[in-house]
Design a protein around this ligand. Structure first.
Ligand code: ATR
Length: 280
């Protein structure tokens, strides 16, 4: 009897640059499992239909990327706390009893990269997030679980930052929010760039802030060369600086675990991708 291959995919638009197929194949190889994982460009008006069709045809798990994460959350039958708080899902898991479960592994992936891979301590940290788009929605809930000292969200469009602060306001932590100038004079131990400015090799027009002596700076974007934010961080004498390549691999590892119950190692996969990036 021929067993059909376990079938996974990432849905997005655009999708060409996706590294997810290579990452999941590397995980499967490491764990001596066999699966197929495709990157699929989905037309905007067909998203829900394509998701349902994928699972009806035996699909075992989907990653969802821009611009469909909110719609993935909306079509699921249940959701994790992180996905609920974000109102967005990057990982759909079919349930044994039927229906789809929406998870959000982006923030867990980022926190795991910071804590387990980079050895950063998050507890008590005065944290600044720059940006208030979709990427930020995914990371706030897991960050708050790390018992930060404070969290400030600033954004070029101040209203979007205020909206997010309202969405994530918690009993344990008061979130501050405002325009990019709202961080002026602040002292921070952790600064996260979650804007898409790095993709245009630009640094957000941030007010003067002070980096505390052991300040860590993290860009959600990754690239072969240090991003504009990473170069800015170096000029500010940040203690540690990282890009989001580890987060990409860690969110994939968490997805793999949710689908297959096995947690792949990530170190070799991250360094393999880094080599690939450097080699162009
Ligand atoms: P993503 O899913 O990557 O978060 P998004 O939802 O389009 O994408 O959000 C992009 C974020 O980057 C926003 O916070 C955006 O600021 P605005 O809300 O004011 O648009 C921010 N951004 C993009 N380019 C920027 C730049 N050059 N300077 C500062 N912020 C920038």
């Amino acid at each position: 009897m021929i067993t059909p291959q376990a079938n996974y995919a990432v849905f997005g638009n655009p999708i060409k640059q996706s590294k997810s197929p290579a990452i999941h194949q590397a995980f499967a190889q490491q764990l001596e499992e066999s699966l197929s994982y495709r990157a699929v460009r989905v037309e905007h008006e067909q998203f829900e239909e394509k998701v349902r069709g994928f699972f009806q045809h035996g699909g075992l798990g989907l990653n969802i990327t821009v611009p469909f994460k909110e719609r993935a959350f909306a079509l699921a039958d249940s959701a994790s706390a992180a996905a609920q708080r974000a109102g967005a899902s990057n990982c759909l898991v079919p349930q044994r009893e039927g229906g789809l479960h929406a998870a959000n592994t982006d923030g867990v992936g980022m926190v795991r990269d910071m804590v387990a891979n980079l050895g950063w301590q998050l507890q008590g940290r005065r944290t600044l997030i720059i940006g208030a788009g979709g990427a930020v929605r995914g990371i706030v809930h897991p960050l708050l679980s790390e018992r930060l000292g404070s969290l400030t969200i600033v954004n070029r469009t101040a209203d979007r930052a205020a909206e997010l602060a309202h969405r994530f306001s918690s009993t344990e932590l008061t979130l501050a929010a405002g325009g990019l100038e709202a961080a002026a004079g602040g002292v921070f131990d952790l600064v996260i760039n979650a804007t898409s400015a790095s993709l245009a090799n630009e640094m957000p027009d941030l007010a003067d802030i002070q980096l505390a002596p052991k300040c860590c700076c993290y860009d959600l974007v990754y690239a072969a060369e240090p991003t504009a934010f990473m170069r800015w961080s170096a000029a500010q004498a940040a203690w540690a600086i990282a890009d989001g390549l580890g987060m990409l691999v860690e969110q994939a590892a968490e997805s793999y675990y949710l689908w297959r119950g096995q947690r792949p190692g990530t170190e070799a996969v991250i360094s393999g991708l880094r080599h690939g990036l450097m080699a162009g």
